[in-house]
Design a protein. Structure first.
Length: 420
C-alpha cells in the first residue's frame, strides 16, 4: 500500500479550460434582494397565447407561461471580482425552484456571454443547513461512542483526505483506476480499522478478511463489466468527464467505484464477525475452532440477510425517479434490466453483495482459527471442564448440579480442554 501511494501519488489534478457545462463552470455566492410578481406575457419573448395540444407537458408549460404570474428577481453578487453587482432573472410559474427575497443562492458566471447574461442562478446555497446537520451528526457520534466515536470521526476525515488528495487526482492524471482504487481503499481500510479498533489480532483478522473480500469483488467486477459490455459512461456527468479527460478508462472507473463503495459495508461485516467470535471465545474458552466457526456463522447468516436487503433498498431508493420513468413507459423488467443505466447498478449491487456474503465465512474462519489457538500461559489458572467444586450440605440440588458440571459447553463446542 505504501509503495502504491508513493508511485501513484499525483501531486494535484491536471488543469483544463472550463467548458461552462454542468459542474465545470465558474460560480459565485449571491443573495436575492428583491422579488416582484409580473405578468408572464409581458416578460416572455412572445406574448401570444400558444396553440396546439396543451394536454402535453410542453403545451401545459407554454400555457402557464402565457397566462400565469411570473416573478422578477433581483440578485446581488456577494463574492468575486463583481461583488456588489446586481442582475435580474425571470422565474416562470412552472419552475421547480421559486426564488424568495433574502434567499442565498449560487450563480454561474460565463465571462464570454453578453454583460446582461453573464450571471444566472444555478442553485440554492445550502451551506448552513448542511453544516448544522454535520455538527449534529458529530455530536451524536461522540456522545454515544465517546473516545471510539472521536476516533471514528478522525478516520472519516482521513478517508475524505485520501479520496480528495490521492484517489481522484490520480485517476485524473491517467493512472489505472482499478490500481488506484485498490491502493486507496487499502489505505482507508488500514487507517480506519486500526485507528478505531486499535492494534490487535482481532483488528488484523478483520483487515485480512476485508482484503480477501475486496480481491473477490475486484475479480468479479472486472469479469462482469467486460462480459456485460458496460462502458461506465451513462449520464451527463460521466460524459463530461470523458470529454475533458479522454484518457480515463471509464469502465475502470466504474470498477473502482464498486470497490470503494463496497469497502464501508465490508468493514462493518468483518469487524462484527470478528468481535462475535472473540466474545464467544470469552464466554466459553473451551470451545474449539469448529464450534466457534459454527456459532459465528449462525450470527453471520442474520447479518447477511439484513445487509443484502439494505444494499438493494438503498439502490432502489436512490434510483426511484429513474424507476418511475420506466414504470411510466410500461417497460418490462427484462427491458429495464438490460438498459446500461440500470445494468450498471445491478452489477454494482450484486458484485458487492457477493463480496459481502463471502466475507462472512472467510472472516469467521480466520477469527476462529486465530482465537482458538490462544492458550493460557504457564502462570494462568483455569478451571477444568469437569472439575468438582465443594458444595455446602445445605445447597439446593440445582446448585449441586450446576457447580459439579463445570462451565457449560457451547453449542457444537468440541474443542480441546485447557490443562493446568
Amino acid at each position: 500500500m505504501l509503495v502504491g501511494l508513493v508511485v501513484l501519488w499525483p501531486g494535484g489534478a491536471p488543469a483544463h479550460e472550463r467548458t461552462g457545462v454542468g459542474f465545470d463552470r465558474q460560480t459565485q455566492q449571491a443573495t436575492v434582494t428583491k422579488v416582484v410578481k409580473v405578468s408572464c406575457a409581458s416578460v416572455n419573448a412572445s406574448g401570444d397565447t400558444p396553440t396546439g395540444d396543451t394536454s402535453t407537458a410542453e403545451g401545459s408549460s407554454a400555457q402557464q407561461q402565457a397566462s400565469g404570474s411570473c416573478k422578477r428577481a433581483t440578485i446581488r453578487v456577494d463574492t468575486g471580482n463583481d461583488k456588489g453587482r446586481t442582475f435580474t432573472e425571470i422565474v416562470q410559474p412552472d419552475q421547480s425552484r421559486q426564488l424568495e427575497q433574502g434567499e442565498k443562492v449560487v450563480v454561474a458566471y460565463e465571462p464570454s456571454a453578453p454583460k446582461d447574461l453573464q450571471y444566472s442562478v444555478t442553485d440554492v446555497n445550502r451551506r448552513i443547513p448542511m453544516g448544522v446537520l454535520a455538527i449534529i451528526f458529530a455530536v451524536a457520534v461522540v456522545v454515544v461512542g465517546r473516545l471510539r466515536g472521536v476516533m471514528a470521526l478522525v478516520a472519516l476525515a482521513i478517508s475524505f483526505l485520501v479520496l480528495n488528495f490521492f484517489v481522484l487526482p490520480a485517476i485524473l492524471q491517467g493512472s489505472n483506476p482499478l490500481v488506484v482504487a485498490v491502493v486507496g481503499a487499502s489505505a482507508i481500510m488500514l487507517i480506519a480499522l486500526y485507528l478505531c479498533h486499535g492494534l490487535s489480532a482481532r483488528t488484523s483478522v478483520a483487515v485480512l478478511g476485508t482484503l480477501i473480500s475486496l480481491l473477490l469483488i475486484g475479480v468479479l467486477g472486472s469479469v462482469f463489466i467486460d462480459w456485460a459490455a458496460l462502458t461506465g459512461n451513462t449520464d451527463d456527468n460521466t460524459g463530461l468527464i470523458h470529454g475533458l479527460y479522454p484518457s480515463i478508462d471509464m469502465s475502470g472507473l466504474l470498477l473502482a467505484g464498486i470497490i470503494i463503495g463496497s469497502l464501508g459495508v465490508l468493514d462493518d461485516v468483518t469487524v462484527t464477525q470478528t468481535s462475535a467470535v472473540w466474545e464467544l471465545h470469552e464466554a466459553n474458552p473451551s470451545m474449539g475452532w469448529r464450534g466457534l466457526y459454527r456459532a459465528g456463522i449462525r450470527i453471520g447468516r442474520d447479518h447477511i440477510a439484513s445487509v443484502v436487503n439494505t444494499l438493494v433498498l438503498a439502490y432502489a431508493g436512490a434510483a426511484l425517479p429513474l424507476l418511475l420513468l420506466f414504470s411510466i413507459a410500461q417497460s418490462s423488467v427484462g427491458g429495464v434490466a438490460n438498459s446500461e443505466l440500470v445494468a450498471e447498478e445491478i452489477v454494482r449491487t450484486l458484485v458487492g453483495s457477493i463480496g459481502l456474503v463471502a466475507s462472512v465465512p472467510v472472516t469467521t474462519a480466520l477469527a476462529a482459527l486465530v482465537v482458538a489457538a490462544d492458550r493460557p500461559g504457564p502462570g494462568t489458572a483455569s478451571v477444568p471442564a469437569q472439575e468438582t467444586t465443594p458444595v455446602p450440605p445445605t445447597a439446593p440440588a440445582a446448585a449441586v448440579a450446576t457447580t459439579t458440571t463445570g462451565p457449560a459447553q457451547g453449542r457444537g463446542g468440541r474443542g480441546r480442554r485447557r490443562k493446568r
